[in-house]
Design a protein around this ligand. Structure first.
Ligand code: GAR
Length: 200
């Protein structure tokens, strides 16, 4: 299965997927494209080091979301991408991409959805004072982190926890779960039934 990873920043989750493929934990997966909306982002260097094709763009250079998403869609189709993985892509997906990749696009989010959607979910959880937060991988729909949930993992918030320590704990979970979910999808283990996701 050919996948594209979309990322905006550091790309540690992108790297985790690359490692899982290289180590053979993720079988029959080819990372065909990295899509990045921040031309200076570290994730681009990571992709180049692995000789993974990159498409990066600057959204503000386009008249609207539909214009740059059409360009992204062309690249995805050129590469024969079957699954889109949003791994730290900090932008809402518009109808142009959703229409072509509905049920074939997943997102990683650093909270136990539906709590703490949008930006800085880790900071939101700390400020709220919850004792347990976590991570979610879900299918993407038109809303902000609202699509059907595929898998979640808990992370405990201990006393004295800082954004830095919590982010580290969250990332350890993310780096395991994201490749795992991609593997389940590639093996045809995931069935979407309305809002419910079932494991075969
Ligand atoms: C990850 O923690 C991911 O869950 C989060 O961005 C981080 C990217 O880290 N995504 C969101 O907040 C999406 N709303 P990375 O660039 O090191 O993979």
């Amino acid at each position: 299965m050919k996948i594209a990873v979309f990322a905006s920043g550091t790309g540690s989750n992108f790297a985790a997927v690359v490692e899982a493929v290289k180590e053979g934990r993720l079988k029959n997966i080819e990372i065909a494209l990295l899509v990045c909306d921040r031309p200076g982002a570290l994730v681009i260097k990571r992709a180049e080091q692995e000789s993974i094709p990159v498409f990066s763009f600057q959204p503000k250079e386009y008249p609207d979301k539909a214009a740059y998403e059409q360009l992204v869609l062309d690249k995805l189709q050129e590469q024969g991408v079957e699954l889109i993985v949003l791994a730290g892509y900090m932008r809402l997906i518009g109808p142009t991409l959703l229409h072509s990749y509905s049920s074939r696009m997943i997102n990683l989010h650093p909270s136990l959805l539906p709590a703490f959607t949008g930006k800085d979910a880790i900071g939101q959880a700390l400020d709220y004072g919850v004792k347990i937060t976590g991570i979610t991988v879900h299918f993407v729909d038109a809303g902000m982190d609202t699509g059907p949930i595929i898998a979640q993992r808990n992370v405990e918030i201990e006393s004295g926890e800082t954004k830095e320590t919590l982010s580290h704990k969250i990332q350890i979970q993310e780096h395991q779960l994201l490749p795992e979910v991609i593997g389940w999808i590639a093996e045809g283990k995931i069935k979407l039934n309305g809002r419910k996701v079932e494991m075969k």
